[in-house]
Design a protein around this ligand. Structure first.
Ligand SMILES: NC(=O)C1=CN([C@@H]2O[C@H](COP(=O)(O)OP(=O)(O)OC[C@H]3O[C@@H](n4cnc5c(N)ncnc54)[C@H](OP(=O)(O)O)[C@@H]3O)[C@@H](O)[C@H]2O)C=CC1
Ligand SMILES: N[C@@H](CC(=O)OP(=O)(O)O)C(=O)O
Length: 344
């Protein structure tokens, strides 16, 4: 039987990507869309300025957008995806969970809370059981799970593949696409012929979320990984696809061939949105590149390449599609994990 799903913040950039992924999904049936009060009551076609690179699905276009309140949506919804601004997510997501809804959220609020699982299913699916702790502590019938920031999602799978060598220090420098800031986030006059070496709060997210994702859950609490992570974040004039340069220092000796082999061999999962391979390793030294490689694995794979030994450890480059693997696709994959593990 299909899982009935809804999208909170359905008219936004990530909301539109969610609809693009959910409409053809074999297990999820789209049954509710919400947005701000100014969109509520309109058809989705009227409310959303559709900007995704495929036509607006005809059945979705005629759905009525609801207010983002638990009472406004049908109570037989099994799973909600949230792509609200983080301040709005912080205000409304707990109310949905209290009302019994399971929420797979892409918004940054609450990601670092001790009882909120922050999950990339191929990396730390076992953290999902933090939901038992969350339900005990918060008394919710529903549940809240988060996916990480788009730049965190890009490099953490490559680190996970290298943990067997003993991670000690990681330096990551990002080249982030403008879509990460939202459609109106960076003006053309700011970004054309330019690069901006600052993205508010982003460096802290990469440094803290990565350590939570690579942490150990013992059934009661989560210990964050003690690897030292230092990030430097930059906005560049690409549309989609975050490219990152990573330096990793390890306890055990790590050469370029061993790193490439470990990444290529890192397993994916038997879930609809998990690509096989999870990490696509390029031999060509000038890959991955955003325009050419952001759609590997349907936008859900991580592309990596350029491994080389340096005085600062092993260096490589990695890339992911920031609004698919980095946002909407990440939430959908977490929804598939919740369904697989009996949380719906
Ligand atoms: N853009 C990206 O690539 C990425 C974004 N994110 C995160 O995902 C979230 C969504 O981002 P994005 O899609 O770009 O944002 P947008 O601004 O494009 O969309 C925001 C959505 O939230 C709705 N909304 C805004 N205010 C309210 C409110 N007060 N009550 C209810 N609904 C409201 C909007 O509805 P309406 O149309 O009616 O205003 C819209 O549907 C953010 O937390 C962002 O940080 C994360 C990773 C990548
Ligand atoms: N800050 C990211 C996108 C984003 O919204 O991240 P978060 O999900 O952590 O709010 C970028 O600019 O590319």
């Amino acid at each position: 039987m299909a899982v009935r799903v809804g999208v909170l913040g359905a008219t936004g950039a990530v909301g539109q990507r969610l609809i693009q992924l959910l409409d053809p999904h074999p297990k999820f049936e789209l049954a509710a869309l919400t947005a701000s009060d100014s969109s509520a009551g309109k058809t989705y076609r009227q409310a959303a300025k559709w900007r995704v690179d495929s036509p607006i699905p005809a059945d979705v276009a005629e759905m009525t957008v609801q207010a983002t309140e638990p009472d406004a949506i049908p109570n037989d919804i099994d799973l909600l995806f949230s792509s609200l601004p983080s301040s709005v997510g912080a205000a409304v997501e707990p109310g949905f969970c209290e009302a019994g809804y399971v929420v797979s959220s892409n918004s940054s609020n609450g990601r670092m809370d001790d009882d909120v699982p922050l999950v990339i299913p191929e990396i730390n699916a076992e953290h999902l059981d933090l939901l038992e702790v969350q339900r005990d502590e918060r008394g919710w019938d529903g549940a809240l799970i988060k996916n990480p920031n788009c730049s965190t999602i890009t490099f953490v799978p490559t680190l996970a593949a290298l943990t067997e060598f003993g991670l000690e220090k990681v330096h990551v420098s990002t080249l982030q696409a403008v879509s990460g800031a939202g459609y109106d986030g960076v003006s053309s006059m700011e970004i054309i012929d330019n690069a901006i070496p600052y993205i508010g709060s982003e460096e802290d997210k990469l440094e803290t979320e990565s350590r939570k994702l690579l942490g150990e859950f013992d059934g009661a609490s989560l210990t964050h990984n003690d690897v030292a992570v230092s990030a430097s974040c930059n906005r560049i004039p690409t549309i989609d696809g975050h490219l990152e340069n990573v330096w990793v220092e390890t306890e055990a000796e790590l050469d370029a061939a061993a790193a490439a082999e470990a990444m290529e061999a890192f397993p994916s999962l038997d879930l609809h949105s998990s690509p096989d391979p999870l990490i696509h390793v390029f031999d060509e030294p000038d890959r991955p590149q955003p325009r050419m490689d952001r759609t590997v694995g349907g936008g859900m794979a991580i592309a990596a390449g350029g491994m080389q030994e340096t005085p600062f450890g092993l260096q490589y480059n990695c890339l992911a599609h920031n609004t698919i693997r980095g946002a909407a696709g990440a939430s959908v994959l977490n929804g598939e994990l919740l369904a697989e593990n009996g949380y719906l």
